[in-house]
Design a protein around this ligand. Structure first.
Ligand SMILES: C[S@@+](CC[C@H](N)C(=O)[O-])C[C@H]1O[C@@H](n2cnc3c(N)ncnc32)[C@H](O)[C@@H]1O
Length: 388
């Protein structure tokens, strides 16, 4: 745990070093106060013609403060950067340089664009949707409503998986996933965040993402193409049950990962309006106890991992990282889930031989909870499962 955590911190430091002030480290407030726009005088969202970038930033921040935006400073930086055409992981550091230039004047089009962004922000639209992209792990992904904006916790999940794969690689004497053809399934792909981050970090890996939302599948495919990962990343439009029904036995994987909808229904009303209004309910709500899709995953996972659930076929050469495509691996922890902080003890009850009940069937009974991991906020957030 300690070494995984230090790896995570090293990752955060490394990412920061490479990309400058990366946007994933800018946390958007968890609780949003209602903005005050519309109360009193009509808000002006247009900066004065001929404003410098510095003046536009000051205008944007004061406008958002007057609208009651609790993240006015952060939001203003992102929106001004976007309006003046700064995109990608370096957008904020590029903006910082432009603030020093007294001759850097906003064009009329940039002023209009900023006005529109401020108007939309005043209606509590998430910054990520306004700028249309967000950083995840080492990647910049396109994002758009209503597909879930990838979260920092999920970056932690990716980093824990990579740390585990490195450890497994050492155990097997392989550069596992770097040159070996690890086959990954990401259930509930959304923007493609998890699968694309893993595919990018593991040059030998292939990933199949599945999602029941056609909009999510389109976005994940766009992101894969934008990142040049389309040859190793495929996104299938199907619910998990449809995919399992169609793929039954034909497609197996070495690693199954998911950040499923897991919020208990009774918690939904307490979500920030930005989440509740703009993100897809079906990406968030996991039913009455939040475990509807988790149960399906637990049940399907052993079948998705293949009948023998891994291990290079006997007699196959496993040294030198030259494994033929299609070989299966016996990862000790092949199933990784992000869940609600109330879920790890419930997941422990849903798996294992003693767990057969109306809730579980044969699939889940073949799994065991290897461990749960807390996120950087200290909440039990990730379940790591193996075959019992
Ligand atoms: C919490 S979002 C995660 C998105 C992305 N993996 C991420 O971490 O940013 C859950 C995703 O699962 C999809 N989903 C929900 N139920 C599903 C099901 N039964 N089968 C397949 N996808 C599902 C939703 O459409 C949504 O895109």
């Amino acid at each position: 745990m300690l070494s995984a955590l230090s790896a995570l911190l090293m990752f955060a430091t490394l990412a920061h070093g490479i990309f400058g002030p990366a946007r994933q480290h800018v946390r958007i407030a968890k609780s949003w106060r209602p903005m005050m726009v519309g109360v009193g005088v009509a808000q002006n969202f247009l900066a004065s013609p001929g404003s410098t970038v510095r003046e536009a930033l000051a205008f944007a921040e004061s406008t958002l403060v007057s609208c009651g935006d609790p993240e006015a400073s952060v939001a203003a930086r992102h929106l001004v950067a976007c309006a003046v055409g700064e995109t990608g992981a370096r957008s904020l550091s590029n903006l910082q340089s432009r603030l020093q230039d007294a001759d850097d004047i906003l064009s009329a089009a940039a002023t209009e664009h900023l006005g529109e962004l401020l108007r939309r922000r005043s209606a509590r639209e998430p910054i990520q949707y306004l700028i249309g992209e967000w950083d995840f792990h080492m990647l910049t992904l396109k994002v758009r409503p209503p597909i879930l904006v990838p979260r920092p916790e999920t970056e932690e999940l990716v980093e824990y998986i990579l740390a585990e794969l490195r450890a497994e690689g050492r155990r097997l004497g392989l550069g596992l996933g770097t040159t070996t053809p690890l086959r990954i399934l990401d259930i509930g792909a959304g923007s493609g965040a998890i699968g694309l981050a893993l595919a990018a970090a593991l040059p030998g890996a292939t990933c199949v993402g599945i999602d029941q939302s056609a909009e999510a599948v389109a976005l994940a495919r766009e992101n894969a193409a934008m990142l040049g990962l389309q040859d190793r990343y495929e996104c299938v439009h199907a619910s998990l049950l449809e995919f399992v029904g169609e793929a039954q036995g034909a497609r197996t994987f070495d690693l199954v990962v998911s950040n499923p909808p897991y919020i208990p229904r009774s918690d939904m009303a307490g979500l920030e309006p930005e989440v509740l209004v703009y993100e897809d309910d079906a990406a968030l709500c996991g039913g009455s106890d939040g475990l509807d899709v988790v149960r399906q995953i637990l049940d399907a996972a052993p079948g998705l991992l293949g009948r023998d659930a891994g291990g290079p076929p006997s007699g196959e050469e496993v040294g030198g990282g030259s494994i033929a495509r299609g070989a299966a691996w016996r990862l000790e922890s092949p199933v990784w889930l992000e869940v609600d902080s109330s879920h790890p003890p419930l997941v422990a009850e849903l798996v294992g031989p003693g767990a057969r009940s109306a809730d579980t069937n044969v699939g889940a009974a073949r799994l065991k909870l290897v461990r749960s991991i807390r996120d950087l906020g200290g909440l039990p957030r990730f379940c790591v499962l193996g075959l019992g």
